[in-house]
Design a protein around this ligand. Sequence first.
Ligand code: HEM
Length: 256
Amino acid sequence: MIANNGNESKGDDNEEYETTDRRRRMAFLDSLLSEHFRNSEFTEEDIREEVDTFMFEGHDTTSMAISWTLHLIGLNPDIQDKCHQELDAVLNASADDWVGERRMISMNELREMKYLEACIKEALRLYPSVPFVGRHLNEDTTINGYAVPAGVTCLVFLYQVHRDPQCFPQPEVYRPERFLDNSHMTRHPFAFVPFSAGARNCIGQKFALLEEKTILATILRNYTIKSLDHTDVIKIAPELVIRPKTPIRMQFTPRL
Ligand code: HEM
């Protein structure tokens, strides 16, 4: 068993954004342009491809993950209560960071939102934004006793991997506590891989979680949400990103 599934190896390091020496960090597009001017083999077409990849990988994935998390929290009032309690405790602890009418959420506060993070992970377990990943085999291998020859493309169906009852008892139940109790310490490192694993895992995973937390915290601190349809009636479209075939209907009531 491998102790680390590689998921922590890539992505933004939060600490770097909070560095006090204010080292200059290049924006993504600046990095691509500077590489283009340094190395003429890295063409404008290559820049465009990189930008396309980030736009596709970075937008649809996160927006769908936020939608499914809202849907699941909106079906579970007890879970939503815990989110509200956590947000009230974290955000009322200090009264600073106001910009005009808006109270900004700091990096430290995002880190303290452990329950919200568990809600996001549990939603990614049930609805991994990227439901399957593909790999081209360069050499023969054996999987579960079956010989798989080099040259074939293997698809790993993350949607199903995340529903293994041995790792996640009652797999269809939305239970964020799975990511808070000790069970996640003993679980197989590849049992939960919404960002894939290994050398080509998601480069934006830490950013994605921060983005999701920021948006969900902003919604939930201000609203009580209710899902108008049960999960059973929402059909999933078989696409590269897991999305509902019909709109997810929700009701938002301002919190007093
Ligand atoms: C909830 C949000 C997200 C999920 C679930 C997700 C999931 C994934 C998965 C499963 C892969 C691997 C595909 C494979 O193994 O073939 C991947 C790759 C990638 N992701 Fe994400 N992603 C998310 C957000 C983001 C964001 C916000 C960005 C950028 C800002 C991003 C950038 C990328 C890139 C560039 C790759 C390709 C990495 C490579 O090939 O080395 N993703 N993502």
